[in-house]
Design a protein. Structure first.
Length: 67
């Protein structure tokens, strides 16, 4: 489930509030594979560089690698 969310974010250049919520839920319930963490790190770095924009209003990606 994480891969399609990440692919969509990279294709559109945006991480929707809904997608971010799903990612947070999956992280909280540990509903992911080990290789998904590397992909999430790539997403987090793309957001930090401004390559992907967030719809969410808060500035921090709480629950994402590095936060």
């Amino acid at each position: 489930m994480i891969r399609p969310i990440l692919e969509s974010a990279f294709e559109t250049g945006y991480l929707s509030v809904e997608s971010e919520g799903l990612l947070r839920q999956m992280l909280a319930t540990r509903s992911y594979q080990p290789e998904d963490l590397a992909a999430l790190t790539t997403l987090w770095e793309a957001v930090r560089r401004g390559e992907i924009k967030r719809e969410a209003s808060s500035k921090s990606l709480v629950g994402f690698p590095g936060n």
